[in-house]
Design a protein around this ligand. Structure first.
Ligand SMILES: [Zn+2]
Length: 374
């Protein structure tokens, strides 16, 4: 019989299909109101339908609502989904009445099922929430950096030549500009890295619909978007995008402590990229438009060093855009490499994710229940 730790680790899955099945079964067992949104055009590799699932736990007219999102970035989905499942497994009651939890499972189901951070259109969903009628103007470095990051060779991305090119560039313009250019999103190179799309993706439209409908009665909303790949190994890394002098930021600090205060400095360059089109900000804006006060953060769990994660991004891009002639063996090997960069098999990493995830959720629910409703 597995011990308690082994039972908890069973919250982690090894495929999109397995995670979805576990989520739906457990959400139903706690009486959640489940809405599933079938993907209109894409399937998993074996032909399995893809869907974005939303489970509402608690009264539909709850004034205080926590939203937890998993699956914005394909292979990063597993950690957030395990935290959601672990919460469902242990949920008994909220700290006060008129509270509810909205669990959004598989925000980008194509990326999850196909082990890519991007959507069916190679779009980074977390750069897609912009006004597409007026996309940001391309930066002066975008062509240079995207051509460096996107070498199409027959055998996969040539990592060392990319790194040498980036080092040359950063000696000229500085590390902050180069890191910003790689990370903040771009709208001019559809086969590049960090492409934010040229219209609202299906996932974007579906999430907007779910959040607009679900939060219309809420007064206080907490939003967590779970990710992996930034920060110290197995440790939570908060990326809170509210202004440091705002009430929303202060609430996040009060609930979750000093980790929030490192939100802007958890980067090799010492400065957070100027991200565009973030899901968390779109979710916050929807809640605020409905009249709610919000407390929100992206929360990452660290995996490996930056240069390894960059390699993962290059492989992911190459697989999506240049790998038509690759053998099934090399596709499988490269997918596994990408998957494990964002989702380690290490039991200690997984146990720490669950432990810290549960702490953050319960602190968030306690903080949310203590906020006054006007
Ligand atoms: Zn991510």
């Amino acid at each position: 019989m597995p011990d308690a730790a082994g039972l908890a680790l069973s919250a982690f899955s090894e495929s999109y299909e397995q995670a979805r099945e576990k989520f739906l079964i457990q959400a139903e067992s706690v009486g959640a109101d489940i809405q599933s949104y079938a993907h209109p055009s894409s399937f998993a590799a074996g032909g399995t339908p893809l869907a974005l699932d939303a489970a509402w736990v608690g009264p539909r007219d709850a004034k205080h609502v926590m939203v937890m999102i998993s699956g914005t970035h394909g292979p990063e989905s597993y950690a957030g989904a395990a935290i959601q499942l672990d919460w469902l497994n242990s949920h008994k009651a909220f700290p006060s009445p008129s509270m509810a939890m909205l669990l959004i499972h598989g925000a980008n189901p194509f990326g999850w099922a196909h082990c890519s951070r991007t959507t069916e259109n190679n779009v980074d969903l977390n750069r897609n929430f912009i006004n597409h009628q007026q996309p940001p103007s391309p930066s002066p470095l975008v062509d240079r950096v995207q051509s460096l990051l996107s070498p199409s060779s027959a055998k996969g991305p040539r990592f060392m030549s990319v790194v040498l090119g980036l080092v040359k560039l950063l000696l000229r313009v500085g590390i902050t500009k180069v890191v910003n250019e790689i990370s903040n999103g771009q709208y001019s190179h559809p086969k590049g890295i960090g492409f934010g799309g040229n219209h609202a993706e299906w996932s974007n439209q579906t999430l907007t619909q779910i959040l607009t409908e679900g939060l219309k009665q809420a007064d206080q909303v907490a939003i967590i978007d779970w990710h992996t790949g930034i920060g110290d190994y197995a440790e939570p890394c908060f990326l809170c995008f509210d202004a440091p002098d705002s009430e929303a930021y202060q609430r996040a600090c009060n609930w979750w402590g000093e980790g929030v205060e490192k939100s802007s400095t958890n980067y090799a360059s010492g400065q957070r990229p100027d991200y565009q089109g973030l899901l968390i900000n779109a979710a916050r804006d929807i809640a605020q438009a409905a009249g709610a006060k919000t407390t929100s953060s992206v929360i990452e769990f660290g995996t490996y060093a930056n240069h390894k994660m960059l390699k993962g991004l290059l492989i992911d891009r190459w697989m999506r855009c240049d790998a038509d002639d690759a053998s099934p063996e090399s596709v499988a090997r490269l997918q596994e490499q990408v998957l494990r960069l964002f989702y380690p098999t290490d039991a200690q990493w997984r146990a720490r994710v669950l432990e810290q995830g549960a702490r953050i959720v319960s602190q968030g629910l306690a903080g949310l229940s203590a906020e006054h409703t006007d």
